[in-house]
Structures are given as structure tokens and as C-alpha cells.
Design a protein around this ligand. Structure first.
Ligand SMILES: Nc1ncnc2c1ncn2[C@@H]1O[C@H](COP(=O)(O)OP(=O)(O)OP(=O)(O)O)[C@@H](O)[C@H]1O
Length: 436
């Protein structure tokens, strides 16, 4: 995928044919609908997407789907068929300045009657303000925006943008689709491999055309060096080598977040920072990390340090407002704070006990004195009668029974040793109320 640094000064009418030294996946990128495989649910004969491409009248859209399934390819085709200029940025790297430059070039082009397709990869990586800044250009038709995302856009893209764009969901390619692409690529480069190798790569590629073409290319390189035909072992090795990268959608994504959470829970700031950096460098969405940090704050620190939750929520807000790369300060601060904070899992265990009681015995009706007295006939039903206002008592504590009849014995909250003040206070309250 090109970065903004590859952008030509003036985008040509049609994207240039890929040079021979480009990766096989780039050389094999379809330039016509006939070469594009799969996604038939989106590209039926009179579908909106096919019509938009073929008629050369593209509209703004969000392409949502797993990696290597054709999002960039479709965007390029939209430009190619419409004879529009193609501008490409990645929301991971680009800032306001780059977006402004794209818009300026689009304005320039519009004067000579030429349209611009603005392909914004990983659009969900822009924060709310950055996404909002795109609205006017979309609204006035200065560019046709094609956003690509691997994350559910209904959660990750501003609703204002979604409502101005069509959302199309791409699916993983099937193993047969991928096998077909591999065969076509072999034809193109004048090489051959056994059916077994093709089947191996296509069945292991999780529907990702790019990664399977990369694996085939690596395996062909190895075989060329040894002068032997490609073996299954070469293919396996090639698949593994490409899997070494941090894989945002796969197991590593879960391994790293899991190790991160366990390190912070284990009061190990260094390991926490290590996994945080691994995720950020691997292209993980900082908002995903922030959400996990919020959970961690209550699950593992809780009221042992009640500042933990506000700090985690503030870090998530900072991520939202600031975006990468500066939001890493907030993530790092929250990671260190949570790792160093005293730990308690009482919030989770106490709620777990309460939930088990409800699940086992059902929810009983609250005592009449606690039920709402706010509607006219309530008093007649005795609701609220007998309610004793705690503030009328010394220490603002009375002995009113709050639990339902028959369940008065229930106790869920058992402050941990990390919450000595709460333990002390709870004892005083229970004494004053005459409870154990
Ligand atoms: N549906 C498809 N038909 C034919 N080739 C495809 C298809 N999808 C992907 N490819 C091949 O995979 C390469 C990468 O595809 P593309 O860049 O369109 O993926 P993408 O969905 O944008 O992925 P990412 O989310 O990783 O950016 C293309 O250059 C092409 O060779």
C-alpha cells in the first residue's frame, strides 16, 4: 500500500501500471471488473457499486472488510473508470496538512473539470475532529471520498460521515478465489508450482489475497535460489515468515493485549510498556487499547485507588481528541499509573456474587418503604411509608433494612486488604446499623 510519501505531485489520469520491481500482489492488482474476484454480493449486474464503477459516476463510500480483500483495488477502479484523479492517504500517517493539500489539488483540478477520488485508508484511525474536517469537501462534492476500514464503521466512523457515504462490506475471499488468483499470478510470472502448494497457501490465507500472493512470491524466491521446485516446506516457511509481523486481525492481536493486561495487573510497568509499544508499532488501534485500559482500571485496581478509573477514562478521551502519535503519552501515563496502583478485584467479585444471587433466586421485590412514592396512588398502596431519611440521623446512618424480605442476610461486598479504609468504614457502618 502506498504511503503519502509516494504521492506523485500531479496525480495522473489513470494510475500507472505497476513496475516490474513491485511486489507480486501490486503487479497483480486488477485494473478491470473482469479481473476482480469475489465480492459478488456487492457487484451483481445492476448493483449500486457496479453501476457506480461502470458508469464512471462514483459516490462517496466506506469500504469495510478484512485486509487484502480488494478495498484499495475497488477505489482505484472507481477512479480509473471515471477518468478521475486518484489521491491516496493513510489515516495512520497523514495529518491535517496532507489532507489540506489533497483538497487544494482537488480544487485546482475541478477548475479544469476533472474529478478527484480521495482514498483514505484506515479511516477509523482518524479521530473525531479529523473525520469531521472531511465533511465540507464531501458535502460540496470537491472530492469523492472512499474510506477503507477493517473495523466496524458504525462504531468507528462518525455518523455524520456515514450518513453521507454508502457503506459496503467486503468479505474474506474464498480459498477457491485465492487459488484462482495464485494461478493467474503464476501465469503472469511464467512459473509453476504443484497443486498441493496452491491448495496449502490458499487454504491458510484467511481470505487475504495480498498475503497469499506475498507468500507465493516468497516461496518462489526461495525455490529460485535453491534451483529446486517449490516444496510444501517452502510454502509453509513463507507463510510463517509473513505471519511474523504483528497481525492486527489475528491471534497476535489477542496475545499482545492479553500480555499487556496481565503485566499491568501484575504491577509490572516495564512489561506493560513493552506490550503497549508492541501494539502501537504494530498498528493497533489506540482506541482499542484505551477501552481495555478502562476495563482494567475497575477490574484490577478498583477502589484500592479510585483515581484509576478517571485516569483511564481521561486517557481514552485524550486518544479521541489527540490521535496518534501524541496520544501515546496518555496511554503510557495510564499504563504506568495502573501498573503502580494498589490492586483490588473486589468490584468484579462483589458484582459476581450479587449477579449469582439474582440468577439463582431471581430478583425479589424491594421493601415497600424503599419503593417509589412518586405517583399519585402510591401512598394508597403503602409505598414509601416507613422510609427513614438517613440524613436525619447522627452520622447520616440509620438501621433501615434495604434488602428484600427474606434476603436480609445477603452480603456481597467484602473489601480486600488493598482497601483498608473501606474495610474500616464498612465495619463502622454495619455496627451503627446493627448488622454483621
Ligand atoms: N477481490 C480481489 N480480486 C483480485 N485480486 C485481489 C482482490 N482483493 C485483493 N486482491 C489482490 O490483493 C492485493 C491487495 O488488495 P487491496 O490492496 O485491494 O486490499 P485491501 O482490501 O485494500 O487491503 P488492506 O485493508 O490490507 O489495505 C491487490 O493488489 C490484488 O493483487
Amino acid at each position: 500500500m502506498g504511503s503519502l510519501f509516494d504521492l506523485p505531485e500531479e496525480s495522473p489520469a489513470t494510475p500507472p501500471a505497476p513496475a516490474a520491481d513491485q511486489p507480486l500482489a501490486a503487479r497483480m492488482r486488477p485494473r478491470t471488473l473482469e479481473q476482480f474476484v469475489g465480492q459478488t454480493h456487492l457487484l451483481g449486474p445492476s448493483s449500486a457499486l457496479r453501476t457506480a464503477i461502470q458508469s464512471g459516476e462514483p459516490h462517496s463510500m466506506i469500504l469495510y472488510g478484512p485486509p487484502g480483500t480488494g478495498k484499495t483495488t475497488l477505489a482505484r477502479m472507481l477512479a480509473e473508470y471515471a477518468d478521475a484523479a486518484f489521491e491516496e492517504l493513510s489515516a495512520v500517517e497523514a495529518g491535517r496538512q496532507q489532507v489540506r493539500e489533497v483538497m487544494e489539488r482537488a480544487r485546482e483540478r475541478r477548475r479544469s473539470g476533472r474529478h478527484t477520488i480521495f482514498f483514505l485508508d484506515e479511516i477509523h484511525r482518524f479521530n473525531k475532529a479529523q473525520q469531521d474536517a472531511l465533511l465540507p469537501a464531501v458535502e460540496e462534492g470537491l472530492v469523492v471520498l472512499v474510506g477503507a476500514t477493517t473495523e466496524n464503521p458504525y462504531f468507528e466512523v462518525n455518523s455524520a460521515l456515514i450518513s453521507r457515504a454508502q457503506v459496503y462490506e467486503l468479505q474474506e475471499l474464498t480459498a477457491e478465489d485465492i487459488a484462482g488468483l495464485l494461478r493467474r499470478a503464476l501465469d503472469e510470472v511464467g512459473a509453476s508450482v504443484s497443486d498441493e502448494v496452491i491448495e496449502f497457501i490458499s487454504s491458510r490465507s484467511a481470505g487475504d489475497a495480498r498475503s497469499s500472493l506475498n507468500a507465493l512470491e516468497l516461496a518462489l524466491d526461495t525455490a529460485q535460489r535453491t534451483g529446486q521446485p517449490v516444496t510444501l516446506a517452502d510454502a509453509e516457511d513463507a507463510m510463517q515468515r509473513k505471519a511474523l509481523r504483528y497481525d492486527k486481525a489475528g491471534d497476535q492481536h489477542y496475545d499482545y493485549i492479553s500480555a499487556f493486561i496481565k503485566s499491568v495487573r501484575g504491577s509490572d510497568p516495564d512489561a506493560g510498556l513493552y506490550y503497549l509499544a508492541a501494539m502501537i508499532e504494530g498498528g493497533e488501534d489506540p482506541r482499542y487499547i484505551a477501552r481495555r485500559i478502562i476495563v482494567l482500571a475497575s477490574e484490577d485496581v478498583g477502589n484500592a485507588d479510585p483515581q484509576a478509573l478517571p485516569i483511564a477514562v481521561a486517557a481514552a478521551q485524550a486518544v479521541e481528541h489527540v490521535g496518534l502519535p501524541e496520544c501515546t503519552y496518555a496511554l503510557s501515563q495510564a499504563t504506568i499509573y495502573l501498573a503502580m496502583a494498589p490492586k483490588s478485584n473486589v468490584a468484579g467479585t462483589a458484582f459476581g456474587r450479587a449477579r449469582a444471587e439474582i440468577r439463582d433466586n431471581g430478583a425479589k421485590i424491594p421493601p415497600t418503604a424503599l419503593r417509589t412514592a412518586a405517583y399519585p396512588a402510591a401512598k394508597k398502596l403503602g409505598r414509601g411509608i416507613g422510609y427513614d431519611y438517613p440524613h436525619d440521623h447522627p452520622g447520616h446512618i440509620n438501621d433501615q433494612e434495604h434488602l428484600p424480605e427474606g434476603r436480609e442476610h445477603l452480603r456481597f461486598f467484602d473489601p480486600g486488604e488493598a482497601e483498608p479504609e473501606l474495610r474500616e468504614r464498612l465495619k463502622r457502618i454495619r455496627d451503627a446499623r446493627g448488622r454483621d
